[in-house]
Design a protein around this ligand. Structure first.
Ligand code: RP5
Length: 167
Protein backbone atom coordinates (compact mmCIF):
# COMPACT_ATOMS: atom_id res chain seq x y z
CA UNK A 1 0.00 0.00 0.00
CA UNK A 2 1.27 3.48 -0.87
CA UNK A 3 2.58 5.59 2.00
CA UNK A 4 0.11 8.51 2.20
CA UNK A 5 2.76 10.81 3.68
CA UNK A 6 5.52 10.10 1.20
CA UNK A 7 6.16 13.25 -0.85
CA UNK A 8 4.82 13.10 -4.40
CA UNK A 9 6.01 16.58 -5.32
CA UNK A 10 9.34 18.21 -4.54
CA UNK A 11 9.50 21.98 -4.34
CA UNK A 12 13.02 23.36 -4.53
CA UNK A 13 14.35 26.88 -4.88
CA UNK A 14 17.73 28.51 -5.15
CA UNK A 15 17.39 30.71 -2.08
CA UNK A 16 15.11 31.46 0.83
CA UNK A 17 14.61 34.81 -0.94
CA UNK A 18 12.57 32.86 -3.53
CA UNK A 19 10.02 31.82 -0.90
CA UNK A 20 7.71 34.82 -1.38
CA UNK A 21 7.05 33.53 -4.89
CA UNK A 22 7.38 29.80 -4.28
CA UNK A 23 4.99 29.73 -1.34
CA UNK A 24 2.27 30.12 -3.96
CA UNK A 25 3.12 26.65 -5.25
CA UNK A 26 3.09 25.21 -1.74
CA UNK A 27 -0.30 26.82 -1.04
CA UNK A 28 -1.83 25.00 -4.01
CA UNK A 29 -0.27 21.67 -3.02
CA UNK A 30 -1.68 22.09 0.48
CA UNK A 31 -5.10 23.01 -0.93
CA UNK A 32 -5.15 19.72 -2.86
CA UNK A 33 -3.65 17.72 0.02
CA UNK A 34 -0.69 16.66 -2.09
CA UNK A 35 2.15 15.25 0.01
CA UNK A 36 5.15 17.45 -0.74
CA UNK A 37 8.60 18.42 0.46
CA UNK A 38 10.09 21.90 0.15
CA UNK A 39 13.67 23.04 0.59
CA UNK A 40 16.43 25.36 -0.62
CA UNK A 41 18.80 23.77 -3.09
CA UNK A 42 21.10 26.19 -4.85
CA UNK A 43 22.62 25.02 -8.12
CA UNK A 44 25.77 27.11 -7.80
CA UNK A 45 26.10 27.10 -4.01
CA UNK A 46 25.03 23.49 -3.32
CA UNK A 47 25.91 21.52 -6.46
CA UNK A 48 26.51 18.26 -4.57
CA UNK A 49 23.11 18.47 -2.84
CA UNK A 50 21.43 19.32 -6.16
CA UNK A 51 23.01 16.24 -7.72
CA UNK A 52 21.91 13.96 -4.89
CA UNK A 53 18.38 15.38 -4.91
CA UNK A 54 17.88 14.97 -8.64
CA UNK A 55 19.47 11.52 -8.80
CA UNK A 56 17.29 10.18 -5.95
CA UNK A 57 14.03 11.89 -6.95
CA UNK A 58 12.42 9.08 -8.92
CA UNK A 59 13.40 6.32 -6.52
CA UNK A 60 11.97 8.37 -3.67
CA UNK A 61 8.61 8.46 -5.46
CA UNK A 62 8.48 12.07 -6.64
CA UNK A 63 6.08 12.52 -9.57
CA UNK A 64 7.09 16.12 -10.28
CA UNK A 65 9.72 18.62 -9.18
CA UNK A 66 8.82 22.30 -9.02
CA UNK A 67 12.05 24.26 -9.25
CA UNK A 68 12.15 28.00 -8.78
CA UNK A 69 15.18 30.20 -9.31
CA UNK A 70 16.13 33.73 -10.19
CA UNK A 71 18.85 35.33 -12.29
CA UNK A 72 20.94 32.85 -14.27
CA UNK A 73 18.41 30.24 -13.24
CA UNK A 74 20.16 27.00 -14.05
CA UNK A 75 18.61 24.99 -11.19
CA UNK A 76 15.60 23.62 -13.14
CA UNK A 77 17.70 22.70 -16.18
CA UNK A 78 20.44 21.01 -14.19
CA UNK A 79 17.93 19.01 -12.17
CA UNK A 80 16.13 18.00 -15.36
CA UNK A 81 19.45 16.82 -16.76
CA UNK A 82 19.76 14.29 -13.95
CA UNK A 83 16.25 12.84 -13.65
CA UNK A 84 13.33 11.83 -15.84
CA UNK A 85 10.88 13.11 -13.24
CA UNK A 86 9.09 16.07 -14.89
CA UNK A 87 10.67 19.38 -13.87
CA UNK A 88 8.37 22.40 -13.69
CA UNK A 89 10.44 25.58 -13.80
CA UNK A 90 9.35 28.79 -12.12
CA UNK A 91 11.21 31.98 -13.05
CA UNK A 92 11.62 34.11 -9.93
CA UNK A 93 11.72 37.89 -10.41
CA UNK A 94 15.28 39.16 -10.19
CA UNK A 95 16.53 42.45 -8.81
CA UNK A 96 17.78 44.05 -12.01
CA UNK A 97 15.99 42.38 -14.93
CA UNK A 98 12.62 41.69 -13.25
CA UNK A 99 12.85 37.97 -13.92
CA UNK A 100 13.19 38.17 -17.69
CA UNK A 101 16.69 36.71 -17.24
CA UNK A 102 15.23 33.93 -15.08
CA UNK A 103 12.53 33.19 -17.66
CA UNK A 104 14.87 33.02 -20.62
CA UNK A 105 17.46 30.91 -18.84
CA UNK A 106 14.79 28.39 -17.79
CA UNK A 107 12.68 28.28 -20.94
CA UNK A 108 15.47 28.07 -23.52
CA UNK A 109 16.45 24.46 -22.90
CA UNK A 110 18.19 22.82 -25.84
CA UNK A 111 16.26 19.96 -27.44
CA UNK A 112 16.27 16.68 -25.52
CA UNK A 113 15.99 17.72 -21.88
CA UNK A 114 12.74 19.59 -21.27
CA UNK A 115 11.86 21.95 -18.46
CA UNK A 116 8.18 22.87 -18.44
CA UNK A 117 8.44 26.60 -17.90
CA UNK A 118 5.82 28.81 -16.28
CA UNK A 119 5.10 32.51 -15.97
CA UNK A 120 7.42 34.76 -13.99
CA UNK A 121 6.42 35.01 -10.34
CA UNK A 122 3.38 34.07 -8.33
CA UNK A 123 1.13 32.93 -11.17
CA UNK A 124 3.89 30.70 -12.47
CA UNK A 125 4.44 29.13 -9.07
CA UNK A 126 0.73 28.45 -8.60
CA UNK A 127 0.35 27.09 -12.14
CA UNK A 128 3.37 24.83 -11.72
CA UNK A 129 1.67 23.31 -8.68
CA UNK A 130 -1.61 22.94 -10.59
CA UNK A 131 0.32 21.10 -13.29
CA UNK A 132 1.83 18.82 -10.67
CA UNK A 133 -1.70 18.15 -9.44
CA UNK A 134 -2.74 17.36 -13.03
CA UNK A 135 0.18 14.92 -13.39
CA UNK A 136 -0.92 13.10 -10.24
CA UNK A 137 -4.56 13.23 -11.40
CA UNK A 138 -3.54 11.16 -14.41
CA UNK A 139 -3.48 8.09 -12.18
CA UNK A 140 -5.60 9.30 -9.25
CA UNK A 141 -9.34 9.73 -9.82
CA UNK A 142 -9.93 11.52 -6.51
CA UNK A 143 -7.29 14.11 -7.42
CA UNK A 144 -8.87 14.48 -10.87
CA UNK A 145 -12.23 15.19 -9.23
CA UNK A 146 -10.64 17.81 -6.99
CA UNK A 147 -9.06 19.48 -10.00
CA UNK A 148 -12.35 19.48 -11.93
CA UNK A 149 -14.05 21.05 -8.90
CA UNK A 150 -11.33 23.72 -8.66
CA UNK A 151 -11.87 24.64 -12.30
CA UNK A 152 -15.65 24.70 -11.85
CA UNK A 153 -15.29 27.08 -8.91
CA UNK A 154 -13.17 29.41 -11.01
CA UNK A 155 -15.69 29.31 -13.82
CA UNK A 156 -18.56 30.12 -11.47
CA UNK A 157 -16.58 33.02 -9.99
CA UNK A 158 -15.83 34.44 -13.43
CA UNK A 159 -19.48 34.12 -14.48
CA UNK A 160 -20.55 35.99 -11.36
CA UNK A 161 -18.22 38.93 -12.10
CA UNK A 162 -19.83 42.29 -12.64
CA UNK A 163 -18.41 45.61 -13.83
CA UNK A 164 -18.85 48.96 -12.08
CA UNK A 165 -20.63 50.54 -15.05
CA UNK A 166 -22.55 53.72 -14.48
CA UNK A 167 -25.95 54.32 -16.09
C1 RP5 B 1 19.31 32.46 -7.18
O1 RP5 B 1 19.79 33.73 -6.95
C2 RP5 B 1 18.11 32.29 -6.32
O2 RP5 B 1 17.19 31.44 -6.94
C3 RP5 B 1 17.60 33.69 -6.10
O3 RP5 B 1 16.48 33.96 -6.93
C4 RP5 B 1 18.75 34.56 -6.51
C5 RP5 B 1 19.24 35.46 -5.40
O4 RP5 B 1 19.60 34.67 -4.29
P1 RP5 B 1 19.98 35.36 -2.92
O5 RP5 B 1 21.16 36.23 -3.19
O6 RP5 B 1 18.77 36.17 -2.49
O7 RP5 B 1 20.28 34.24 -1.95
O8 RP5 B 1 20.25 31.49 -6.87
Amino acid sequence: MADQNKPLVGVIMGSSSDWDVMQNAVAILKQFNVPFEAQVISAHRMPDEMYAYARSARARGLRAIIAGAGGAAHLPGMVAAMTIVPVLGVPVPSKYLRGEDSLLSIVQMPKGVPVSTFAIGEAGAANAALTAVAIIAGTDDAMAEQLEAFRATQTAAAKAMTLPLEN
